[in-house]
Design a protein. Sequence first.
Length: 113
Amino acid sequence: QVHLVEAGGGLVQPGGSLRLSCVATESNFSHYQMAWYRQIPGKQREMVAVITPDFTASYRDSVKDRFTISRDNTKKTLYLRIDNLKPEDTAIYYCNPSGTPFWGQGTQVTVSS
C-alpha cells in the first residue's frame, strides 16, 4: 500500500503560479515513474505530466509550455509547477505511481479572478 498526500492547491488569479507537491510513503519511490493527473467535475481524469525514474519528463500537449514536473527522491516528493494559470486549469490534481492503483485525496486548484 502506498499513501500519497497532495498539497499546494488553492485559489489563484489567471496568470498566477502554483507549485503542487505529492509526498509518498513508498520506500521505493525513486524506482517509480510518477504522474500528475487532473480531473474536472463531470469529466475523465487526464494525465498532464509524467516523470521517469531517471528524471525524463513528458507533458500533455495542451500544458507543456506551462507545467513543470520534478521529483526529489530523497524526500519521496513529486512536484508540479504550473505557470500562467488559466481558468481551464481549474481541477483537482492527483499524483499516481504509474501502473499502480494508488491515489491520494487530490488538491484543488481554482483559477478565477
